[in-house]
Design a protein around this ligand. Structure first.
Ligand SMILES: Cc1cc2nc3c(=O)[nH]c(=O)nc-3n(C[C@H](O)[C@H](O)[C@H](O)COP(=O)(O)O)c2cc1C
Length: 337
């Protein structure tokens, strides 16, 4: 596969094309193994890492968090942070590591993230976010993007969101993904914050009308390519899908290239499972465990005959010390039959 890199400071780049459909950053889910499989399902979609905090990279020296395979490109690194110097250093590390985009997280509501003064609390600090974006843009040629909510707590989205977008756009951000619901910073778990605050897609469409030059992707509650297409047809530039892409990758990603990008063909999840075998061999030969990879493969055949047996074989067997690619072959027999 060819390597796609964004080196276009105007932001109109290969990665921008890929942003027509992206898989959301998801902690503990969109790790390297997961992304590798997603890339086998779709050549075109934009993939995101889990959030990596700037302090972990800069103060903690956790450079292993940047590890990825060039096959995953186009690939965005999502950073969490709000300290300018740290973010700039982390952004440089990400660009040097080869990422095609660096994304700043302004949407994550967890306590741990709030205490570090980043994530969704940054919706209350648009000037600080703009300073961060400007410093990150100045530091690298890779495109800097933002993922945000429509507001937090008692904020009025129709007031704060345009102000937020104007400020980050003035600072050099040309592309933003908006999770179309508020985050409630007190009293809800991060999981509840992905379901309970109501979705408001209309305000995202309104922002596209108000900021026609900004590339705007919508995120939140979108579960099918048909829904994604409806948003694109109405004029949004991109759609980001999280949980549905993870739980039903065989539905959401296998058809993405022909249906969203007008290229390529439907991928076959059986082929993808087989293509994962050499990857698994490599992972095991480096001391990894089978379940670390196969836990992301459980949903590959969701909704298809044999899916339950596939899941059961993998979940029951993959933790065993001796478990290897043969277990995946055994699990596949339930599907192929
Ligand atoms: C397990 C999990 C972990 C998540 N981790 C992150 C994260 O690291 N950074 C982030 O911006 N959003 C994170 N999110 C939120 C998703 O990116 C996305 O905004 C949210 O799930 C709504 O999209 P969906 O309805 O398509 O899933 C996470 C979501 C899930 C389910």
């Amino acid at each position: 596969m060819t390597e796609l890199k964004s080196r276009d400071k105007s932001g109109f780049s290969d990665v921008r094309r890929a942003a027509r459909l992206s898989v959301a950053p998801m902690m503990d889910w969109t790790d390297q193994h997961c992304r590798y499989m997603h890339r086998l399902l779709s050549r075109e979609v934009l993939l995101y890492t889990e959030m990596v905090t700037a302090p972990a990279l800069v103060r903690g020296g956790a450079l292993h968090l940047l590890a990825h395979d060039p096959l995953e490109y186009p690939l965005a690194l999502q950073l969490g942070g709000s300290d300018l110097d740290e973010l700039v250093t982390a952004t440089r590390l990400g660009a040097d590591a080869g990422y095609n985009e660096i994304n700043l997280n302004c949407g994550c509501p967890s306590d741990r993230v709030q205490s570090g003064a980043f994530g969704a609390v940054l919706m209350q600090r648009p000037d600080l976010v703009a300073d961060c974006v400007a410093a990150m843009c100045a530091a690298v040629d890779v495109e800097i993007t933002v993922k945000c909510r429509i507001g937090v707590d008692a904020q009025k989205p129709q007031d704060v969101l345009p102000d937020f977008l104007q400020k980050i756009s003035n600072a050099g951000c040309r592309r933003v993904t908006i999770h179309a619901r508020k985050a409630w910073l007190q009293g809800l778990s991060p999981k509840e914050n992905r379901d309970i605050p109501p979705l408001d897609y209309e305000i995202v469409h309104q922002m596209k009308a108000d900021f026609p030059d900004l590339h705007i992707s919508v995120n939140g509650g979108i579960t099918t390519l048909a829904e994604a297409k409806a948003h694109l047809d109405r004029g949004l530039d991109g759609v980001m899908i999280g949980r549905a892409a993870y739980h039903q990758p065989g539905d959401v990603l296998r058809a993405a290239d022909p249906e969203i990008f007008g290229t390529g063909e439907f991928s076959d999840p059986i082929d993808v499972a087989r293509q994962m075998l050499p990857y698994i061999e490599r992972h095991l030969s480096q001391g990894g465990r089978l379940h670390q990879v196969t836990r992301h493969m459980l949903g590959l055949f969701a909704g298809r005959p044999g899916a339950r047996q596939w899941r059961r074989t993998l979940s029951e067997g993959a933790h065993r010390d001796s478990a290897g690619p043969a277990l995946v072959e055994t699990a596949l027999a339930a599907i192929s039959e």
